[in-house]
Design a protein around this ligand. Structure first.
Ligand SMILES: [Zn+2]
Length: 363
């Protein structure tokens, strides 16, 4: 089968593993596919053969009984019953880190991640206290969501700890620029920010019959735009600025690097895809600026950007993404935020309104 063109990228591999299956994508690098019970129905995880020391696993799926059962088979079949040296996670999201604590305990592996991702996972997995719940509710009320939507989001309380019942208690900290030895080769840790605060990607230059490889996590994906969201814990954050800077950073890697993403298929076209994603966000920003010629709530902007029906999980990502673009425009001086009129009952915080500053609107 010839490579399949798909927008700015192409896919050099002809086959995709079934859920729970695997295939070798380069010497000593296994692509394992795990299923997910979401609309995004799979995650790719990677097993790197470290020879006598055993395997390095990169990401590991949810921490639910189904994932654990699949891993029991994979440890025996795909990994041949050989030891696991370490589990690396690219970032704290449940589909990436969920099974890590179990895998570490089950195999005796070490655990490696960036400090920030590990701390966030530890905090969220422990569950929210009442003060945090109050902050969450206030944030979504200020977004101007209708009451039933708001309640469906608040009802998701505890979703993180269901996907991530435990997080490894000790860490080997990964920092940008670190070299991670696997067998007789090294992978270089690439930093970044945007999708989460301190995700890691892993890069290995060509050699030994292997092309340049990049395990990108969710920082760059072939078909979907990684979610860039503001969350209640840091309501004034500008993760989009970080993400756009990270997209520029990919230009230092060779253009023909084979990218191994967490979702979708391995692809060529790293530089083109980075440009396409930057363009996508640029278009979104322009669209929002136009919308906010008249004052809008974040909820109104969300509905304009994502007009299709959204389940509560998708709604969380959609609102977060809308606020990320709004905050970025505020930082750039293109929008201003004011507090809207008080609602009913008066004890509830009014929704914020976003609008173009008078000087820009008049220009
Ligand atoms: Zn993610």
């Amino acid at each position: 089968m010839p490579p399949t063109p798909d927008g700015s990228v192409d896919y050099p591999l002809c086959t995709t593993p079934d859920p729970g299956g695997w295939q070798e994508v380069a010497p000593g690098v296994l692509w394992i596919r795990l299923s997910l019970p979401f609309q995004l129905d799979h995650i790719n995880v990677w097993a790197l053969d470290g020879g006598a020391l055993g395997w390095t696993l990169v990401d590991c799926g949810l921490g639910d009984p189904r994932s654990r059962a699949v891993w029991e088979v994979l440890l025996h079949d795909a990994l041949g019953g050989r030891p696991v040296e370490r589990v690396v996670v690219t970032h704290f999201h449940p589909d990436h880190i969920g099974a890590a604590a179990w895998l570490v305990e089950r195999t005796g592996a070490g655990f490696a991640a960036s400090l920030t991702e590990w701390l966030v996972a530890r905090t969220l997995s422990a569950g929210n206290d009442a003060a945090t719940d109050a902050v969450v509710e206030q944030f979504y009320r200020r977004c101007g969501l209708e009451e039933d939507t708001l309640q469906s989001l608040l009802a998701r309380k505890g979703a993180y700890s269901r996907g991530v019942p435990a997080v490894p208690a000790t860490l080997t900290r990964l920092r940008a620029g670190d070299r991670l030895p696997v067998g007789d080769r090294h992978w270089t840790v690439i930093g970044g920010s945007g999708h989460t605060a301190e995700p890691v990607s892993l890069y290995r230059p060509a050699g030994g019959g292997s092309p340049d490889l990049l395990i990108s996590g969710d920082q760059i994906l072939p078909r979907i735009s990684p979610n860039i969201s503001v969350w209640p814990s840091e309501p004034d954050a500008d993760p989009l600025a970080d993400y756009l800077a990270s997209l520029e950073g990919w230009s230092v890697l060779p253009a023909d690097t084979l990218v191994l993403p967490s979702h979708g298929r391995p692809f060529h076209g790293l530089h083109r895809r980075a440009e396409e994603l930057a363009l996508h966000h640029g278009e979104r920003l322009a669209e929002i600026e136009t919308l906010c010629a008249a004052p809008r709530t974040a909820a109104a902007v969300t509905r304009a950007l994502f007009p299709r029906p959204l389940d509560p999980q998708q709604m969380l990502f959609a609102v977060g993404e809308a606020v990320a673009h709004l905050n970025h425009l505020i930082r750039k001086g293109r929008l201003e935020r004011t507090v809207g009129p008080a609602g009913e009952p008066a004890s509830l915080p009014p929704a914020d309104l976003y609008r173009r500053p008078a000087a820009i609107a008049a220009a």
